[in-house]
Design a protein around this ligand. Structure first.
Ligand SMILES: C[S@@+](CC[C@H](N)C(=O)[O-])C[C@H]1O[C@@H](n2cnc3c(N)ncnc32)[C@H](O)[C@@H]1O
Length: 257
């Protein structure tokens, strides 16, 4: 049976009913296991039993991207952090691939209260407040990211930063305070037009040849604004966009290629 695009708790999904049912069963099993005490001292490792193919695909995708910037200096900027899944992953990938590169700061920009501006170019699916987190979540995320850093070398140097607020307002300020910052990878995952356009325009002068531009909703019918922002600022024909087999709407390009 076909399932229409739907929004659940402010997040879009195109899951089939069977997938939603099975996802709910997995969630119930996870809650039950943790309510019964979890898995013992290796709980984190054993928690892998709950990871779905879709999530494992995401890990493989981020791994593929990260390996491409190993010889490119600079920070990673993620525009659109949400609950911090990608940021946590990036912190851990840094710990694996370049444990001593404490110049690879990972900077996440988010309102933590969801979408701010929804433009006519966003196609009518999105609303202000979609993809919000719970009140004060950024403090919990900071604690989580510090813990992740603690499992890798040089934990005494904090190598992540969370910048709260509308990126159209916070990024100019951040760039001014960080005139040295080269951006080795810019991840655009705010889904909607205006902040994507503003962030892209502001970040371009900080890229070097070899930096990665990464888009999470390219060619995506329910989030047309991200593609339109790229087209407006760079021009679709001016990049060699690539895709990864497991991620339908993700695309990336090497700047200067
Ligand atoms: C799809 S989520 C990001 C998911 C995240 N990258 C991940 O991999 O889990 C989109 C995020 O963009 C953020 N966002 C949207 N518009 C924004 C704006 N104007 N300024 C800052 N963040 C914004 C939302 O708050 C939301 O958390």
């Amino acid at each position: 049976m076909r399932t229409e695009l739907q929004k659940i708790e402010g997040e879009f999904t195109q899951r089939a009913a069977t997938e939603s049912d099975n996802d709910a069963k997995l969630h119930a099993l996870a809650r039950a296991r943790f309510a019964e005490g979890g898995f013992g001292p290796q709980w984190n490792y054993h928690s892998m039993v709950f990871l779905k193919r879709q999530v494992i695909s995401r890990i493989l995708y981020q791994d593929m991207l990260y390996r491409q910037i190993l010889d490119v200096p600079g920070v990673i900027c993620e525009f659109g952090v949400h609950w911090g899944a990608t940021m946590s992953l990036l912190v851990n990938l840094r710990g694996m691939y370049e444990p001593f590169n404490h110049s690879r700061r990972i900077v996440g920009f988010d309102t933590f209260s969801g979408f701010v501006d929804v433009d006519a170019k966003d196609g009518g699916f999105s609303n202000a407040g979609d993809y919000s987190t719970s009140q004060g979540y950024e403090a919990q995320l900071a604690e989580l990211l510090s813990l992740h850093e603690s499992f890798s070398p040089i934990p005494q140097i904090q190598k992540y930063e969370l910048v709260k607020g509308d990126v159209s307002a916070t990024l100019p300020d951040w760039l001014e305070k960080n005139p040295q910052a080269v951006v080795s990878m810019a991840i655009f995952d705010m889904d909607v037009f205006k902040p994507t356009r503003d962030a892209l325009e502001l970040v371009l002068p900080r890229l070097t040849r070899g930096s990665l531009l990464v888009f999470d909703e390219l060619n995506c019918p329910h989030f047309p604004g991200e593609t339109r922002a790229l087209d407006e600022i760079v021009g679709l024909g001016n990049l060699r966009l690539r895709r990864f087999p497991h991620q339908p709407y993700c695309a990336w390009a090497v700047w200067g290629e």
